[in-house]
Design a protein. Sequence first.
Length: 446
Amino acid sequence: MLSAYIDSLESPPHGLVEFKLRLNMFNVAQYTVIRGGGIIIVAWNLVYSPAGLRTRSLLMQAYGWTLLSLYTAFCAVYVFRQCSNIRARRLSRPPSPSHIPIELDGPPPRSIHLRISTRPEIILVPYGVLMGLGFAALVFTSLTIAPASKEESALLSRALGITIISAIFFARVFSLVMEDGVLKLVKQPIRTVFRPGFWLHGGLFGAAVGGIISYYIGYVPNFTLFAASLAIGLPLYETFSRIGCHTYGCCYGCPVESMHRLSSPKPHSLWRMFPYAAVTYNHPRDYAVTRAEPKLLGQPLLPIQLISATIFFLLFAFVSLPLAVYGSAEIAGAVTLAGHAAVRLVTETCRADYRGQSNGPISTTGRMAVLQGAIAVAAVVYILLQDSFHPIGFADWSNVFDDGRLPSSVMAVAVGTVVYGLHVDEIGTWVPDSVVPEKTQQLDAK
């Protein structure tokens, strides 16, 4: 068998590099799925099986857990080494045609967006659908985790509707104040209000406001449990929204060519752990990044949004849900909120868009992440002092239609698609004309 570690002293042919790259990817997949799944099953049996280690002596328990820990460490090191090889071989390959900058004189590439009409030009972008799926995941997770009767589930569905609308509203208001500015709002009120621009931490503030309103009008019987269920579903929402940002091009990573000049090793470390292919935005006007930063047209960028989506999904699957099921919803929600802030704080340093730009030691969104982490720590202290713990009773899956989970999720998809997905005139209309190349403006005029 040809080993994935064999490297010739001479430059290998392109076919051999491709073969080794596929072999590395296969090894990562089979170790992650087959062996990783086996480790989880064995650990589960050791803890919960009647014939597991609970019935054995203390020495036998230590022996079993030591063997499992050593095997897990071996698999983790092997996967990490394979991921490093994948990244190295991807960088050593000759540039693919998709990485070659596009000449704007020719016809633009095929758009990934759906143009519903031309006069006026109404565009449906995948970003909106993915944001809708994120809202739906948040709603479905909250209604499934929060133990409630059929009547309470109906009230919680209304509360979630108010919460999502409030989150969207305040996310837009924070974006207007922090990014557009009051002066631009006064000069172009309609165009500025309806442009696609949202700020996550404004949405978190709006969700808190919506939850408080729902509690005081009687839709939420237990505000602490309701807030905890929303926090538990937050990483799953972020998974969809990050993929949406990746397709839209509004939030993008550092250029690959300039990463070796960065003083921070974080971009390199994250890319070794999650070796996605570099992303390129080749359409001159259908991505926010190519309109705001024309010099990045066709340039390979760090796929930071795909990396962030993966980390958030792992946070949900291996931290939030286990803590909620085997601990308490309140503790799980607070820990998830702190973990979400930590992920945001780290990944912000790998972004090249304006939200990743540092204004002092950290960026503005980084400061918001620090504040969010402080709130999460305060929430943990409050929960421990109040001794407020609720076991999670997952809702009966047979009542998925009756208790409002599925209808509410479908409505959330529709709201997200309309609010985030429907654009008028063009993608990135908020970008000033001064930063859009003349040839790109000519394409927009056609």
